[in-house]
Design a protein. Sequence first.
Length: 275
Amino acid sequence: MTISLKRRVATTIVAGVAVAALAACSSGAPAEAPEDGSLGTIRVGALPVPAGDMLTWVDENLAADAGLDIEWVEFTDYNTPNPALSDGSTDANLFQNTTFMETYNSQAGGDLVSVGDIYLPAAAYYSESIGSLDELPDGASIAIPNDPTNEARALEILAAEGLIEIAEGTTNLDGITSNPRNFQFTEVENATLPLAIPDNDAVFVTASFALPAGLTGEQAILVEGSDSAYFNALVTTPELQDDPRVEALHELLTSDELQQYMLDTWGGLIVPIED
């Protein structure tokens, strides 16, 4: 397989194409250590921002000293990285929280496991017409993600602000038990939510898609707090959970050096896990 950019493999959005293209490059089994004593190469699936940037920075600044070589496999949506990991096309991925992972396992019959939380891609509500959620008009149009994890996240924030009421365990609009101001919700694919901002009164965008679109914490009308339960984790398979490459990568991703890089690069939208 030809890699067009160093340590970066582009994929298409279509899961079948991505999996087929990558499957020839990795067996998903624990790798034998190279004869030079290094840990060898680990292939990690991620969206370009912020996880792809993190993996590139770690590979260029920290990985060599740990005897590790990182190849990050680029995905452009939330639907293809887990199937690629499950079938052995990648060794780990860094794009999802554990709730998202557990939903995938339940729906797809997977057995992926979390190695540990790494960072919070703080989600936020954005608007071109109002300056805070308090200014939402009755009947306001609100666009939210259409995947269960992030849809729940968006609704939980509105409920915490007292704007709606939801049932425990809500993952979609059916869980709204009270909507006194008649907000009009639209469920939208995550990757296209930034494009929905001009056409709605408020739009919920996660950092993975806000940052590439040029959105910042300063532009948001409400940013998720660091007490969020939605920190993204390094995820792998049970067979690779104790692999030295995975253990070394987790250590590098939770290092003081990378935490400082996150703060310097993304400010409040990317929050490193606290020691």
